[in-house]
Design a protein around this ligand. Structure first.
Ligand code: 5GP
Length: 201
């Protein structure tokens, strides 16, 4: 059986990663969302264990020292990490995983998992990003400012060129189609199909 493929999706908060992730998860079989641990407080409507596993800083620190994250990072003053268990289970059982993680986490995964596929999702420009963050209205103004500064830093060519794909999320349907196509065509790459073909022919 082929190993599960990790699909990494990074990009500024407010760029539409969550909506895109939900869209492809609804459309594709054998694709699971990697639920991260975070020390951030839940936003309205977020479900523990589904959107994130919300934990204390002390518990996060314990998990780090036990080596239970495949990557972790400090983002906007909160800690985030991808639990090792779920990631490895998916890999060995051939389930593809969708990870919504920041550029620091993506760079850690790039070093250890060369088979992963890296996508960067962007709004058309900074003005649209600001507008989307204001409409989302779940962050205080000060956070919006911080997020815009960070978005500028994260979209430097030196960071973007590390990604296999860049998706501009202007029209949601088109962006969804792009992410969908990336996943479907990656699954068909001959190097990922050889095992299956060998066992059937
Ligand atoms: P938010 O708090 O808005 O849900 O997410 C803030 C940022 O943290 C986003 O850029 C998101 O991609 C990133 N993030 C979420 N989970 C993880 C994770 O497990 N690891 C890393 N490195 N970043 C994460």
């Amino acid at each position: 059986m082929r190993q599960g493929i990790p699909f990494i999706v990074s990009g500024p908060s407010g760029g539409g990663k969550t909506t895109l992730a939900k869209g492809v998860l609804d459309k594709l079989d054998n694709l699971r969302f990697s639920v991260s641990c975070t020390t951030r407080k839940p936003r309205d409507g977020e479900v523990d264990g589904q959107d994130y596993i919300f934990i204390s800083e002390a518990d996060f620190g314990k998990m780090v020292s036990q080596g239970r994250f495949i990557e972790h990072a400090l983002v906007h003053g909160n800690y985030y990490g991808t639990p090792m268990d779920e990631f490895e289970n998916a890999r060995v059982s051939g389930v593809d995983l969708l990870l919504d993680i920041d550029v620091q986490g993506a760079s850690q995964i790039r070093k250890n998992y060369p088979e992963a596929v890296f996508c960067f999702v962007l709004p058309p420009d900074l003005k649209v990003l600001e507008q989307r963050l204001i409409e989302r209205n779940s962050d205080r103004d000060i956070d919006i400012g911080k997020r815009l500064i960070r978005a500028k830093e994260e979209t430097k060519p030196s960071i973007l060129e590390e990604y296999d794909y860049i998706i501009i999320n202007d029209e949601l349907d088109e962006a969804l189609e792009s992410l969908f196509s990336i996943i479907v065509s990656t699954r068909c790459e001959s190097k990922r199909m050889l095992e299956k073909v060998k066992s059937n022919f």
